[in-house]
Design a protein around this ligand. Sequence first.
Ligand code: NDP
Ligand code: ZN
Length: 186
Amino acid sequence: MKKALDAGFGHAELALLLRALAFSAARHRDQRRKDAGASPYINHPIALADVLVNEGQVHEVNVLVAALLHDTLEDTETSPAEIEAAFGAAILEVVLEVTDDKNLEKAERKRLQIAHAAHISREAKLVKLADKICNLRDVAETPPAHWSIERKREYFDWAKQVIDALRGVHPVLEAVFDRACEKRPL
Ligand code: NDP
Ligand code: ZN
């Protein structure tokens, strides 16, 4: 508790964080992850926040809120205006920075993630780092059903290219990412 207060995490920040968690849970309520057990989607945004706080000691509320909301624009009916109204322009900006343009082909979106990674804000880099850590763990431990080994390897290799482009933002979380990379299927 003391540490959280030292980091400036008071009642207002806790209230904002829980509002974001409730908002994200409501928006993702009918979605499941792609693992064989079809885990509730909300487990994934919660996992990002958990990694940021408990493995990265990241206590900035804007980063944690953006992590909880990071897939709402891309994967639910949520609009940017709703995020701005509920959480403000600064958090919207970070969520937009980690949102792919769904009008583009999948391969182009993947290419752009690599090309853009160095140029996004520090806050967005932290969210992206946590997202890739969580997704590599998922691919290693609870992968999408029917993914071949080759497809898992391709996912690891692409994620590494994205993270290599933003290195220098948080050495501890980058080391956590590198450990997750060690689970790349042989
Ligand atoms: P997808 O982008 O379709 O799936 C990966 C994404 O799904 C993750 O980034 C994650 O995104 C989300 N996700 C949900 N559940 C899980 C889970 N349990 N484990 C991991 N991720 C999960 O797949 P690809 O990355 O393979 O991208 C598709 C590309 O692959 C296309 O370019 C396509 O052409 C190509 N492709 C390759 C094939 C192959 O065999 N190599 C076969 C078919 C297509 P988030 O965190 O945002 O939710
Ligand atoms: Zn994600």
